[in-house]
Design a protein around this ligand. Structure first.
Ligand SMILES: Cc1cc2nc3c(=O)[nH]c(=O)nc-3n(C[C@H](O)[C@H](O)[C@H](O)COP(=O)(O)O)c2cc1C
Length: 397
């Protein structure tokens, strides 16, 4: 039975939370209500407790000892955090990481998907600050049930009316289903650059930050997959539930990838593996005057080609960093390496790609068809890539 953590904030449409609780119960879900203190002024927590069959959490500092750290235990239990209705205030708090009551603190602890149903008058909803907060949250992977146009409590007609409880619950259930869409699958993701050493001090590398691969690993975990993340050197916090294998060189990456390849159903090679290494790496620092004679370049092993030959029914995804004729070059790579999908981006475009939190990619399929995303956060791009991967998995099984 799924557990829905239902955040209720102080919008005039707060009474509709009763209907949301009932609909989830009809779908065999448990609901734990978390109200803001202001919401508890508009509607009694007792009513929502009676409907949900669970004590409503309002302010843990005033409640029983057992509820004081409930944000940690409930975060482990919840399949979804839904906030319905969500005020402009709670959107602002979530977007800026303010954690000054139970609901906003809870948001900072959850790993489950988050769905928000805003409700407010049109002026509040259309305000630039509110829209900026919504964009920021979407960029962080938060999903929204957009409000509707209709008669508002302030006697206006306009945008901002809470979406219908039916629609909210339907959206919530779809998201929960998605959070299990890669259950029983093992995904091997590579990320980051490699370092090809000349001597103990100097190495050849590239501008990859690893962000795209780490977001893919996070998203795969959110969808219930087992994740092995083989990572070159980065400054990123690794996803805590992934099996992390840290490597430096292309040779080490190849070794780790081949080790975990047999158990993987899906392999996503987003690492920027160096194409070249030094033909001769030496153990002592090369003297300046001898640099010239030591710098001889040799190709690194092509991991993707080897995986392409061995892949069988596995889904194999490659990345292509291009500077010109992006889609055609990506398609050539796909054919040469026997891939199911290539994600290509123009690494010379401003504000996206290497080191950035944003990307804009073309996803290229074997028949030559491709789709181009807008400029989005790497979290959003990772969701689109995994949606496409799931379609391929579905066709293969
Ligand atoms: C009767 C009443 C209705 C309100 N309706 C809304 C609303 O629909 N949407 C909204 O964003 N704020 C609404 N507000 C303002 C919020 O309650 C206010 O911004 C509050 O500080 C939000 O607190 P909370 O987010 O902790 O619940 C309303 C206030 C009152 C008194």
């Amino acid at each position: 039975m799924d557990m829905i953590a239902l955040g209720v904030s102080s919008s005039i449409s707060v009474y509709k939370a009763c209907e949301v609780i009932r609909r989830f119960q009809d779908k065999n879900c448990q609901v734990q209500v978390i109200m803001t203190r202001n919401a508890s002024q508009l509607i009694s927590p007792l009513l929502l407790s009676a409907l949900s069959g669970r004590e409503v959490i309002v302010n843990p500092f005033e409640e029983k000892q057992s509820q004081r750290i409930a944000h940690v235990s409930l975060a482990k239990e919840a399949s979804l955090l839904l906030v319905a209705p969500a005020t402009a205030n709670i959107l602002g708090k979530f977007a800026s990481g303010v954690a000054d009551d139970f609901l906003s603190t809870f948001y900072t602890t959850v790993e489950c998907p988050v769905l928000i149903a805003p409700a407010m008058n049109e002026a509040m909803y259309c305000h630039r600050q509110t829209q900026q907060n919504i964009r920021k949250l979407k960029g962080l992977g938060v999903k929204f049930v957009e409000p509707e146009i209709g008669y508002l409590a302030c006697k206006d007609t306009g945008w901002g009316r809470l979406a219908s409880p039916d629609k909210i619950v339907e959206e919530g259930l779809m998201i929960i289903k998605k959070s299990e869409s890669l259950k029983d699958k093992t995904i091997l993701v590579t990320a980051g650059p490699t370092r090809e050493f000349l001597d103990p001090v100097r190495f050849l590398t590239n501008r990859s930050s690893g962000k795209m691969g780490y977001e893919l690993a996070e998203e795969a975990l959110r969808r219930g997959a087992e994740v092995v993340l083989v990572s070159g050197p980065t400054n990123l916090f690794p996803p805590s539930r992934a099996e992390l294998k840290q490597v430096q060189t292309a040779e080490e990456m190849k070794k780790e990838v081949l080790k975990h390849f047999p158990k993987a159903d899906i392999v996503i090679m987003s690492a920027a593996v160096s194409d070249f290494m030094f033909a001769k790496a030496v153990s002592n620092k090369v003297k300046k005057e001898k640099l010239g004679e030591n710098i001889k370049i040799a190709p690194t092993p092509d991991i993707l080609v080897e995986l392409g030959r061995k892949k069988g029914s596995k889904v194999l995804v490659g990345f292509a960093a291009e500077t010109e004729d992006v889609v055609n070059n990506a398609l050539k790579k796909l054919k040469k390496k026997g891939l199911d999908l290539v994600v290509a981006n123009n690494v010379q475009a401003e504000g996206i790609g290497f080191e950035s939190d944003f990307n804009q990619v073309s996803i290229v399929f074997p028949g030559g068809k491709s789709i181009q995303t807008d400029k989005m956060t790497k979290i959003e791009i990772s969701q689109i890539i995994l949606d496409k991967v799931e379609e391929i998995v579905g066709k293969k099984s």
